[in-house]
Design a protein around this ligand. Structure first.
Ligand code: ZN
Length: 196
C-alpha cells in the first residue's frame, strides 16, 4: 500500500525519532508499504518520519544510482546490490574531508541543492530481523545513509545550507508546506486542511 509522504513543514519531520522493539505494531506491513511508497516516488531512501511515524526506521536502495557513468565499475556494482532496512540506527563515526553532492528529498519536491558531508560513515543498526550490525560505508552509499539518518534525528538537508541559500529558498519551502506544488506521488501537506 502506498502511503502519503509528509511534506516539508510537518512537525513530525522535526522530531528526534525513538527506538522501536520487535513488537512495534504492524511492522511487518509497514516495511513493505514503505518500500512500495519509496519505489513509487522513485526515491533511493525513505525514513519513517516521512510517512508520519517518529520512529528510528529507514530504508535505502541505491540501485537507481548504479548506471551513473561517472562512477567506477566497482562503485556501480556496490550501489546496484544495496538494499537495506536500518532500525534503531546510530552513527558511530563520520570521517574524511567534506564533499558536495546535489541532494533532493521526497518530502521537499523539486528542490535540489549541493550539501556538504563527510565521505565515510560507521553506523550500527538492526536489520528487519532485529539482528545487529556495525558497518562502514563510503561515497554515495554513505551519502544516502547520512541523509536518511538525518531524518530520524529531525534534520533536513535544507538545514545544512548557507543562510543566504535558506533565505532564497524560503518562499519555495512555504509553498511546498501549503501543497502549492505539482508532484506525481501521494503527499500530505501540513499547511492545508485537505490533502490533494
Ligand atoms: Zn529526505
Amino acid at each position: 500500500m502506498i502511503l502519503p509522504i509528509v511534506a516539508y513543514g510537518d512537525p513530525v519531520l522535526r522530531k528526534v525519532a525513538t527506538d522501536i522493539t520487535k513488537d512495534y505494531p504492524k511492522l511487518d506491513t509497514l516495511i513493505p508499504n514503505m518500500w512500495e511508497t519509496m519505489y513509487n516516488a522513485h526515491g533511493v531512501g525513505l525514513a519513517a518520519p516521512q510517512v508520519g511515524l517518529p520512529i528510528r526506521l529507514f530504508m535505502v536502495d541505491t540501485s537507481p544510482f548504479s548506471d551513473d557513468e561517472d562512477l567506477s565499475k566497482e562503485e556501480q556494482e556496490q550501489l546496484k546490490g544495496f538494499k537495506k532496512v536500518f532500525i534503531n540506527a546510530k552513527i558511530e563515526e563520520e570521517s574524511g574531508t567534506e564533499w558536495d553532492f546535489n541532494e533532493g528529498c521526497l518530502s521537499i519536491p523539486d528542490i535540489r541543492e549541493d550539501v556538504k558531508r563527510k565521505p565515510e560513515v560507521t553506523i550500527s543498526y538492526l536489520d528487519e530481523n532485529f539482528e545487529p550490525h556495525k558497518e562502514t560505508y563510503n561515497g554515495l552509499l554513505a551519502r544516502v545513509i547520512q541523509h536518511e539518518y538525518d531524518h530520524i534525528e529531525g534534520v533536513l538537508f535544507t538545514d545544512k545550507l548557507s543562510s543566504l541559500k535558506k533565505r532564497l529558498l524560503k518562499n519555495r519551502l512555504d509553498k511546498i508546506s501549503k501543497g502549492k506544488i505539482s508532484v506525481d506521488y501521494k503527499m500530505r501537506f501540513p499547511n492545508i486542511k485537505k490533502a490533494r
